[in-house]
Design a protein around this ligand. Structure first.
Ligand code: ATP
Length: 247
């Protein structure tokens, strides 16, 4: 398996009637890269994620993941290939505990098969290990309905990680968090990064993006208008124009 072009989009387009929400995008992710995607509301970022993760079908173009054509593959198939994503809105089973949520996600998203008796114990163990790692162990038996927003965000990330993915797509992981909470998620992300996880995230919070990502991608009107270092964003004319509304 090639580390270069781990995930590869060629000419990917999604049209809704006359609108191209994603418009002929070429995009390559190498294994181990950490990429932050920004851009104004309506730029096409969520649609871009939906296309990669199989939630919506491409109108045109091809998507390859680990040397396979995955264009049109269903999300559960992609999950088995090692792709996981989170969503902007907090999701989860509210009346179940944090532990139960994660265990359920493990049962659905586990990539290795095995006898039920064998996996039941292993699943519980893996769940506990991840809860410890991500800092949710002390609220493991709380119902999700009552936990704070930071814990919810962490739970969403844990839910994506529990299937042991090789690439993780995060949609606005720190939206709605306070600065100290953002710092905590920065640390969490840097931890994942140091373990070699391939990360692609959408985030408006520039401080988070520049602290975590090695590569920044800016979208506007369905296209990629910047693909480079996070540090270079501030001096980029096209990006400045988009944010000043004169593009
Ligand atoms: P935000 O930052 O607000 O989440 P975004 O960059 O994620 O924005 P998208 O949600 O991908 O942008 O939307 C891109 C464009 O596609 C928008 O103009 C949106 O109205 C349109 N769009 C998205 N989904 C649909 C749909 N199911 N039907 C019609 N138009 C859609």
């Amino acid at each position: 398996e090639d580390a270069h072009g781990f995930l590869e989009l060629r000419g990917v387009t999604k049209r809704y009637g006359a609108l191209a929400a994603v418009d002929g995008v070429d995009f390559t992710v190498d294994r181990g890269e950490v990429i932050g995607i920004g851009g104004p509301n309506g730029a096409g970022k969520t649609t871009f994620f939906d296309l990669i993760s199989g939630l919506t079908r491409t109108t045109e173009g091809t998507i390859r993941f680990r040397d396979q054509d995955i264009t049109g593959l269903a999300p559960h198939r992609l999950c088995r290939l090692g792709m996981a994503r989170t969503f902007q809105l907090n999701s989860g089973f509210d009346n179940m505990t944090v532990f139960e949520n994660l265990l359920a996600a493990r049962a659905f998203g586990r990539r290795s098969a095995g006898g039920w008796l064998l996996t039941a114990r292993a699943d519980k163990q893996a769940t506990q290990v991840l809860l410890d790692e991500i800092g949710l162990a002390d609220i493991a038996s709380d119902p999700v309905a009552g936990i704070p927003i930071l814990a919810r965000k962490k739970l969403m990330i844990a839910t994506a990680l529990i299937g042991e993915p090789d690439i993780l797509l995060l949609d606005e992981p720190v939206g709605g968090l306070t600065p100290p909470e953002i710092d905590e998620l920065i640390d969490l992300m840097l931890g994942l990064k140091s373990r070699g996880m391939t990360l692609v995230f959408i985030e408006h919070v520039m401080r988070f993006l520049t602290a975590v990502a090695d590569r920044a991608v800016m979208m506007h009107q369905g296209r990629i208008i910047y693909d480079g270092t996070p540090g270079g964003l501030a001096n980029d004319k096209t990006v400045a124009e988009v944010y000043l509304g004169s593009a």
